[in-house]
Design a protein around this ligand. Structure first.
Ligand SMILES: C[S@@+](CC[C@H](N)C(=O)[O-])C[C@H]1O[C@@H](n2cnc3c(N)ncnc32)[C@H](O)[C@@H]1O
Length: 277
């Protein structure tokens, strides 16, 4: 029997979608309910409807939205993920930007616990083509909890499943319960909280040479994916680079980017079409 989603569920998931982009279709009611169970107990909400009212009307609603931001997203990540794209960064992107003679600006737009931006920094250093002070890497995420862990920079073995031991030895220090990221990589990355659905927050990020937004658009519906891609286009000059996860695509979807397909990966370059505001 197919369960019919309740009105309470639909109202709450629509609020979550408009606030964070994260989309739960009708089949996900019990999943959402079980993820929210502990929060609902804390907020003394017996139904999803009462919980939605707490979020939108309760005195601690804003703080509760922050709890949700940390609770609802999938934070799975690891060092040197989709490595072919890191090769494009240290090859084509650097070729393009070094001609300009100013510092390279990179945005890791859904950085989770920090493995992605630290991988960008390590790859740039490993290329031998750039000094730490010749690039700035801004790393942002929706979830305050993952940002805290990213800043701490302490990682367990699973995060290194694609990392050669020589790189671990070079850039990390063994600790009692894992490995900590060390200088100069650590100070090449600046962390901040940005919700990709917040137009003011994304505008404040400013002009970038390359944006890495990998493995987050898959949790958004198509309209939201295209809206976020359009917003990125306002931050990239013509020729600027956009990297998405391998399950995410803008192919045939917009004239703001053209795809570059290599034998190992796909990435996008900003065209000169104006991005509608
Ligand atoms: C699966 S992780 C991807 C990490 C990394 N980019 C990678 O590819 O390994 C997805 C991240 O997107 C973040 N996220 C989800 N919705 C977001 C939003 N609206 N704005 C910013 N980040 C968001 C989550 O908090 C989570 O840390």
């Amino acid at each position: 029997m197919i369960a019919v989603a309740s009105d309470d569920f639909r109202a709450l998931r629509d609020r979550i979608r408009s606030r964070f982009g994260l989309y739960f279709d009708d089949s996900k009611e019990s999943l959402l309910q079980s993820r929210l169970q502990a929060r609902m107990v804390t907020c003394r909400a017996q139904t999803l409807g009462q919980y939605r009212a707490y979020l939108d009307e309760g005195p601690a609603g804003e703080a509760e939205w922050d709890e949700l931001a940390s609770l609802l997203s999938n934070n799975e990540t690891y060092f040197l993920r989709e490595r072919a794209q890191l090769g494009v960064l240290t090859g084509t992107v650097l070729d393009h930007c070094q001609r300009r003679g100013t510092a390279l600006r990179i945005w890791s737009a859904a950085c989770s616990t920090g493995e992605e931006p630290y991988s960008l920094a390590m790859s740039l250093l490993e290329s031998g083509r750039i000094q730490p002070d010749e690039c700035s890497i801004l790393a942002t995420d929706l979830s305050p909890r993952v940002l805290e862990r990213a800043r701490a920079g302490l990682y367990r073995e699973l995060a290194f499943r694609a990392t050669p031991p020589a790189l671990i030895e070079k850039y990390f220090r063994p600790r009692e319960n894992g490995f900590s990221i060390e200088e100069p990589v650590k100070s090449m990355v600046c962390f901040s909280r940005v919700n990709l659905l917040d137009p003011q927050a994304t505008a404040r990020v400013g002009l970038q040479d390359a944006i890495f937004c990998r493995n987050v658009l898959i949790y958004f519906d198509r309209a939201t994916q295209l809206e976020v891609a359009r917003r990125f286009a306002t931050l990239l000059p013509p020729g600027g680079f956009l990297f998405l996860g391998h399950a995410e695509s803008l192919m045939h979807a917009t004239d703001l980017y053209h795809p570059v397909v290599t034998s190992e990966t796909v990435y996008y370059r900003r065209t000169s079409h104006a991005a509608p505001h």
